[in-house]
Design a protein around this ligand. Structure first.
Ligand code: EPU
Length: 417
């Protein structure tokens, strides 16, 4: 296992290039199951989750390999319909193969993902939608067993917008008989990117990015040649790094228009943004100001940026309140930030952060992906040395993080435990 050793206190500056979005790459790879032939998916980040999704699809009978940042999937020979526990348990997004498998083979057996470090994360809404489309669903020995001769279009309403739920049902609906309408659908850019990939394969989808999506089923889809959008959460993480280190970072190959809510809050906190060639230049203030945030489904403030924003608020001028409205247990980073001297109290889904002038380096434990990122953000600005253990979480979501940070002047290195 690896750990990161960071000597903080440096003002980071320079340019960084953003990788493709993990949470767009995973559903788009799953969408390849829907059509025979060779799919080329470019701008895929080289991450453990991407390799896990590739293995999962290869396990169904497909060919999979990565050529630099292009995933090549040959889905001519999908025969197997099972996603086994040992793969699903390492990556919840495995559940994304449920919809496409059911549409392609009429059968799927997918291990239930179970809870994770940030909450219970049920998939009841995915299953409700598939049932409405005519699938029979059974839960047996920890597996979801789904069957349907041919799925039928249906009218589906989500009590709460779900990102992978919307994606799963969209992939099921593109080959269903007739029209499917998803109301209160998730509007995240990754959902729109998946819709665009499906449209490039011949699917008929209207309204992706809005809360009502309409899908008219077709009988066949063609393989895709598609490029993934840039990762908005990686982009946002570098913005908070500019903020906490008083840095000057030009972020290239990114889509700032996917981050309006975050940029607004960062501006309130004193960061400055300027359009730059191929991206955006972010300049941090002398000291950030405290700003309240509440996480919400897109276009609200992303839950995946809550931990990194909180790290920045630890040294802000003033007191702020951060409310987590998406997941019930997403404050695992708080105990670690406190070990660095942060003054944070939690009550239910609300954290109150009283800014201190300086964090101090400490040995820390990463608990989930975005919590790990927040510890890096904090460590970069802290006085002295921080060691972050269990960084395998980080390798699920951030491509070449230490090389990108070193290029900005950070003193960070990876070591074996
Ligand atoms: N929910 C239900 N029932 C369901 C599905 C969801 O009650 O059937 C609830 C969840 O418990 C949660 C809320 O709905 O309270 C929203 O969860 P959602 O389903 O949207 O989350 P997800 O699809 O499992 C994706 C991302 C997460 C990101 C969330 C929220 C992927 C692969 N994962 O998860 O990303 O936090 O949307 O934006 O797209 C990450 O990258 O670190 C990460 C956790």
């Amino acid at each position: 296992m690896d750990k990161l050793v960071i000597n903080g206190g440096k003002r980071l500056s320079g340019a960084v290039e953003i990788s493709g979005a993990k949470n767009a790459a995973l559903p788009i790879m799953a969408a390849a199951i829907l059509a025979e032939g060779e799919h080329h998916i470019s701008n895929v980040p080289q991450l453990r989750d991407v390799r896990t999704m590739g293995r999962l699809i290869a396990n169904l009978g497909a060919g999979f390999h990565l050529e630099d940042s292009t995933a090549i999937l040959d889905c001519s020979m999908i025969k197997n319909f099972e996603a086994p526990y040992d793969l699903v348990s390492t990556m919840r997004a495995s559940v994304l193969i449920l919809g496409p498998l059911l549409a392609r083979l009429g059968r799927a057996k997918v291990s239930l993902p179970g809870g994770c470090a940030i909450g219970a994360r049920p998939i009841n809404l995915h299953l409700m939608g598939l049932k409405k489309m005519g699938a029979t669903i059974k839960l047996e020995s920890g597996y979801v067993l789904a069957k349907a001769k041919r799925l039928k279009g249906a009218s589906i309403y989500f009590d709460t917008p779900t990102v992978t739920g919307t994606e799963n049902l969209m992939m099921a609906a593109v080959l269903a008989e007739g029209r499917t309408v998803i109301e209160n659908a998730a509007r995240e850019p990754e959902v729109t990117d998946l819709a665009n990939a499906l449209i490039s394969m011949g699917a008929q989808i209207k309204g992706a990015g809005e809360s009502m999506i309409e899908i008219e089923g077709v009988s066949r889809l063609a393989p895709m040649d598609y490029a993934i959008i840039p990762d908005r959460i990686e982009t946002g993480t570098f913005m908070t790094i500019a903020g906490i280190t008083g840095g000057d970072i030009t972020i290239r190959k990114c889509r700032p228009d996917h981050l309006d809510a975050l940029i607004n809050k960062l501006q309130d906190s004193g960061l400055r943004f300027k359009k730059a060639r191929g991206g955006i230049r972010v300049t941090g203030p002398e000291r950030p100001s405290a700003v309240n945030v509440k996480t919400m489904p897109y276009p609200g403030f992303p839950t995946d940026m809550q931990a990194q924003f909180m790290a920045m608020m630890c040294i802000a001028d003033g007191t702020c309140v951060i409310s987590e409205k998406i997941f019930e247990n997403r404050f695992m980073h708080v105990a670690e930030l406190r070990r660095m001297g942060a003054d944070i109290t939690i009550e239910g889904s609300t954290a109150t952060i009283r800014g201190i002038s300086r964090l101090k380096g400490a040995p820390l434990m990463a608990t989930d992906l975005r919590a790990s990122a927040s510890l890096i953000v904090a460590a970069l600005a802290a006085e002295g040395q921080t060691t972050i253990h269990r960084i395998y979480h980080l390798d699920r979501g951030y491509e070449k993080i230490e090389a990108k940070l070193q290029a900005l002047g950070a003193d960070i290195r990876r070591e074996k435990e």
